[in-house]
Write a protein that binds this ligand. Sequence first.
Ligand code: NAI
Length: 420
Amino acid sequence: MVRKTVNKKKTDSKTLIEPRQDDRFKILLLENIHAAADDTFRNCRIERHPSSFNEDRLIELLQGAHVLGIRSKTRVTERVLAAAPQLIAVGCFCIGTDQVDLDAAARRGVAVFNAPFSNTRSVAELTIAEVVMLARHAVQRSMELHHGRWEKSAKGCMEVRRKTIGIVGYGHIGPQVGLLAESLGMRVVFYDILKKLPLGNARQLSSLEELLKTSDFVTLHVPDTAQTRRMIGHEQFQWMPEGSFLLNLSRGSVVDIGALRQALLSGHLGGAAIDVFPKEPSSGQDPFESELRGIDNVILTPHIGGSTEEAQRNIGLEVSDALISYAQDGTTAGCANLPEVQMPLAEDSYRILNIHKDVPGVLSQINGLVAGRGANIKAQSYNTRNGIGYLVMDVEKSLSRIVEKQMELLASNIRTRLLF
Ligand code: NAI
């Protein structure tokens, strides 16, 4: 939802809005971004294209655009950013931000937002569904029926009630899995490198080894880091009880697939559900190769843990809200490349935003300029990140064009915006 209307008074490239008869600003949305975003941007001029574009075409389309919305295919390089000086923000309507040169964007005062947690619930739901499917060998039975074989059997099948699920990584997805598992009557334990507040009756364990030794189901929800790479291999499978199950819906690098294959073929593990792989096909045209293909009671899914209509809609809402909020009051909460600052607008005040190189003395220079114009500062909030400083300041009276010009002339200045 648009929070408030921004009126436009000035004309240069560093302001939010170029002068327009309709006081709107231009949003360029590529790659079929979910329609939920349109509601948030309803007071803006939206230009939509279903595909991504190469650098040259992207630069052409960006002329006059203040905000760019993309998914994972559009590459926003330093050259693109340099050719679009009026661009204030890029919204990645997806989980990752690898497609954007984040440092170059920060150096040019372009804020980048994404939606890392919009599909949390979707992953948790698929995880729980797979726990039940593994316990009942249901996917195996289904495949047999598809091939005309009626294998009605209870052998090796069990209820999940009173079984223990061990969650590795208790960040956003982990606790959701825990809550859902608990509602099925499962015992929940987790392991995380950080001390975490357990939800429900979950219990934090002090080591991965303890978790692996005590869980009937182990589900991985960790990021891809040097520490998590191949964190589950031969030794860890030996720690897991005979007949237990492994689920990985996190990152493909976390599990040693060769070791998993051995643990499954030897009958040590009762089954596995794998959604992410060390090497994934880049499109539906490429074949899927894996040592796990064809093994009994192994559920393989093509990285769809977070792929639901609801998650796409949430992404559309979350990113568009972050963009409009940044455009209209300078909020950078959750920003992928600029320092995070969030400050409620002080009553009867005007807001000035300044992104600058984080060098000694900048703040006193800026405050001096504002005070020099006789403007009382009502509130200010400041943060730094990777050599960039971001100041949000509410002042009692509108600042003159001269003060703004003076701020822009400071050697440290990257971008200054006045919101009226
Ligand atoms: P998160 O960042 O909120 O939580 C990760 C947790 O893992 C944190 O609490 C962190 O402290 C913990 N952790 C880090 N290193 C660890 C270690 N060595 N041992 C134990 N714990 C460790 O991440 P979130 O959102 O919960 O996502 C988890 C994973 O799921 C990520 O890898 C993400 O990429 C993946 N994911 C997969 C999707 C899919 O489609 N299959 C969709 C969304 C996320």
